[in-house]
Write a protein that binds this ligand. Structure first.
Ligand code: GN1
Ligand code: MG
Length: 365
């Protein structure tokens, strides 16, 4: 690895001597390293090296094109906003291929903390504000300029259709062991797919969205616990505003981890939800249409079922998409997301009420 890292650093003309590298294991898709260089005076500078998973992102050059457009746009329009800074090779590219034809990019390391789980309502609210602000920053950005790097990424109906088609084909002989999960998904199939069907019919505006709004995709200042920058822009594409909201609460309002095996621990925390609403809706309320506001809770449910179906689909087709740490990992993730989705459904009325009061509060401010 040292050899590869050092060659990548050289291609990006990073100054100093390579002194350390550590893997960062947060993501489920790409391989990420923190890499540190020391210069002659003894001072150090760190970078993030990322090897893109080209099974998932079949055209990484297009991703870098999208990221370049989005970050330049934000930098120009909001000079005080922080954005990711990517390095360039001698021939002006923001990526490089290594000897094995793997795709690498390098960005500056931002000294910060991230939260995989969070109990502090102030931090949860700030996370909501950060994602809301990101959406606002791109409100007038022309999404037609962006490549759709993963087509139908949040097309829940299509994701569900794919799952059931693969279940029918049963390529790895695993389907007999997941009947309970499949029938649970089948029981909510229509409800979970409904927003994506309405979006395709033009009922909601096409926004430029982040599409992967896990709380650990916001970097926070270590001291002030204020958000510094929204990261992981790989899936910034045209999409539904409410799915960014939904995916964020799916992650941050879960009382357990995304892959918690003990389902007794998994539930949807209404107080965390409320804190996130305050931040996110406070930022975007005036920009959202009424049908969007009315769909936020359903979006949380839909995106949770969608992710359950993606994990299950990956399990059925041989674990080729998400990184797994043990053989049943994708199945465990599926069960956890299904338990969470069912809890969202159970609490739907209460959650709708919370959304309405946040929207009323935002309108009054
Ligand atoms: C993947 O790699 P990561 O953790 O940022 C996935 C998201 C899922 C998430 C679930 C491109 O994101 O859609 O919600 O895992 N990203 C892609 O943890 O598929
Ligand atoms: Mg991601």
């Amino acid at each position: 690895m040292f050899e590869t890292i050092s060659k990548i650093g050289a291609a990006f003309r990073l100054p100093g001597t390579l002194s350390a590298y550590d893997a960062i294991t947060n993501g489920n898709i790409n391989a990420t390293y923190r890499v540190t260089y020391r210069d002659e005076s003894g001072s150090s500078k760190s970078y993030v090296f990322q090897r893109i998973n080209t099974v998932v992102f079949s055209n990484p050059v297009q991703i870098m094109h999208n990221i370049d457009l989005v970050t330049s746009y934000i930098r120009e329009k909001f000079p005080n906003a922080r954005t990711l800074h990517f390095h360039h090779t001698a021939d002006g590219k923001n990526y490089v291929f290594d000897a094995d034809d793997c795709f690498w990019r390098v960005m500056n390391w931002v000294d910060s903390v991230t939260f995989n789980t969070c109990d502090d309502p102030a931090v949860i609210e700030a996370t909501g504000r950060a994602f809301g602000r990101f959406q606002n920053q791109l409100a007038d950005f022309d999404g037609a300029q962006l490549f759709e790097t993963i087509p139908d990424f949040h097309n829940t109906k299509k994701r569900l259709d794919t799952l059931f088609a693969h279940a029918e084909a049963d390529p790895c002989g695993r389907v007999s062991g997941v009947q309970a999960e499949l029938s649970q998904i089948a029981s909510v199939r229509e409800k979970a797919g409904a927003l994506s069907v309405r979006y395709a019919a033009g009922e909601f505006p096409v926004r430029v969205t982040h599409n992967d709004t896990k709380s650990n995709n916001v970097l926070f200042d270590r001291e002030t616990k204020m958000p510094l920058v929204v990261i992981d822009l790989d899936t910034v594409m045209p999409g539904m505003a409410m799915y960014d909201f939904g995916d964020a609460v799916r992650f941050i309002a879960n009382t357990a981890a995304e892959d918690e095996p003990d389902l007794q621990k998994v539930s949807f925390d209404t107080e965390k939800f409320s804190a996130f609403c305050k931040g996110f809706i406070g930022e975007v309320a005036n920009g959202l249409t009424q049908p969007e506001l009315d769909s936020l809770v359903l979006a949380a449910f839909s995106v949770t079922v969608e992710l359950a179906s993606r994990f299950l689909d990956d399990y059925i087709t041989g674990d080729k998409y998400f990184k797994i740490n043990y053989p049943e990992h994708n199945l465990v993730r599926t069960r956890c997301q299904l338990a969470l989705a069912m809890d969202i459904l159970k609490k739907q009325e209460e959650l709708e009420q919370i959304v309405r009061s946040s929207a009323a509060e935002a309108a009054a401010n």
